[in-house]
Design a protein around this ligand. Sequence first.
Ligand SMILES: [Zn+2]
Ligand SMILES: [Zn+2]
Length: 298
Amino acid sequence: MEAKVGEILRSTQKDDGYIRSMTADASQVLHELLGTRRWLRWRDWIEASARALFLASSTLSGLQTPGEEYCGLVQAAREGDETRVPSTWRRAAFVAMNCYGTLITEALIKRLEKSVQENEDLRLEARASLLKALRLAREMAGLLQGFNVAAFYVFGAYYSLAKRLSGIRYVSTRPPSSDFQSLPSAVESSRRLLGYVSIVNVALSAFYKVSAARVEAVEIDSVETAPDTSPSSSSSSSSSSSSVHCVLCLNSARNPSCTPCGHVFCWHCIHSSLNACPECPLCRAECQHSRVVPLMNL
Ligand SMILES: [Zn+2]
Ligand SMILES: [Zn+2]
């Protein structure tokens, strides 16, 4: 019979625990090997690859993941009129989307943004509108993930977007009377209510973002933009970037933050670095997370 929401959640949590510890180990080894700067540059891909390794040795090889085994779940997909074990191609598509989908989408949008910024043939207004559209696309991709989770709480079946796109769902091998299956109906209905509230929340966020983008587009049209519309001033306004250079990501520091020794990095970069090693990446002075200060009005 079809697996319940609680079973799928429990199985996913269990697997996430294993993946987290695998990722932490892989990250630590590669941090030592590559050095902080290169490790930070590739960190997201390293984490995605650790996850891919986990899924390749379980799902892709036709085995249950530890979480699925613990909860008595088996993957299934509709092939024609029957429900059966998903084909290798379907499983491979799931693993690729699950591990690299977000990263590839993000890299694609970044590349498009760069080519728009560097395209001298485009008029300034057109360039600004295209950049706005790409930013909106990035935000919508994030909202789609939220919408999928909300739909999962209401309808069950697909916890991750990759599972929904590849059509892989779960069948429970446990008898209906077992622990997991017999959740009180009050819990089920409050979970469903949470799902409906989340769907409304995501829909409102999407509406707000689209209308904000429209207002900005109208402003761009009416102002006819000032002569010095450099790429940095026309791109992201949601997070403050500055003229200070971050030596970790080699870009201008986003949300610039200062260590006690006086060195400035992106907020995200310095905290990621401190997770791996509690010292300043530049001068090696000891530094804790709590000592990093975000610089305002820079
Ligand atoms: Zn940085
Ligand atoms: Zn320092």
